[in-house]
Design a protein around this ligand. Sequence first.
Ligand code: UDP
Length: 370
Amino acid sequence: MNVLFVIGTRPEAIKLAPIILECQQRDSFDVIVCSTGQHKELLDSAFEQWDIVSDIELAVMESGQGLNQLLSKLLRQLDKVLCDVNPDCVVVQGDTSSCLAGALAAFHREIPVYHVEAGLRTYDKTAPFPEELNRQIVSRIANIHFAPTEKNKQALIMEGIAEKDIVVTGNTVIDALMMCQKNVDPESNPEIQKLQRIYNPEKKLLLVTGHRRENMGAGFSELIEALCELASEPSIQVIYPLHMNPAVREPMIYALGNTEGIFLIEPLGYEAFVWLMSKSFLIISDSGGVQEEAPSLNKPVLVLRQQTERQEAVEAGTVKLIGTLREAIVQEVRELMVNKEAYLDMTQKSNPYGDGTAAKRIVDFLMASE
Ligand code: UDP
């Protein structure tokens, strides 16, 4: 079976890597990895640790281009890939423009589409933007839907998707996380070595990530103020691996570049990021993947959003939606610092996103459907 993986960004790379590796271990598959170049550096750094190399590399990014330019370029370039490779199926993951274009291009060529991480919903087209709608559209296109949780499956069924076309798998990010934890050797990872020089175990580490389009402008200004206030406390250390997007990175460097107690660093490879999560007291983030991973590391996540398509984590109590107001961020962090019970309550839960066997389930299904 000739399987084409279309991958554009870091989370897609991290979450598809376990499936690619699982396919590569079995004789039944010819795996072709197409990286679209949507977030090239972040994707390459995520693949590096698993020795995954893209077979096809597109270059769709151009500075200042809008979503329509990006999508139209992706469709044109992916169509050529489909003609050249002629795959038996296309696998896409999540909700990015690359995911949407991969699914749509395959549909136009009548090639079956398998969607990994299907059925997550906010039902608000503006958040996450444009990802909520991307994911919904891919659900209209896909032939098979790999839903991380039962809740995701129910959302798909409510939208009229046949139960036989949905497989509940868990989230492959937990597979990736567990692979990292098993294989990590801090002594031989240069990024971790570097982190060890700034990480201060005597302080409480607040690990921060943020890159969502909806938070640009007002949201990030509030976050900047909150981080300044928190970092002024001697017991706190803030480490913030920046995203490559200049619209997020530049205001952060301008406002926080010289603030004592705050370390702005380059985006980390996955292994180093997992190591840093494991050292943190808590995580402040607007990332989707981090909400899924942190419960496995027993770390609370304060989510810089009003709503999330990862409701399971909110219901389990492992993450808390706090929005982006300065006061709320400062208050929620302080509460977890002083209230031991509240802290334990967020960290002693089992992870609703699975047990690290999602990739095996997905590949078993692919083999059975050959
Ligand atoms: N991540 C990483 N290095 C970093 C920051 C995050 O490897 O410096 C990982 C993180 O563990 C998670 C994924 O990247 O698995 C999240 O990516 P991102 O926040 O870009 O996207 P989202 O999850 O919001 O779609």
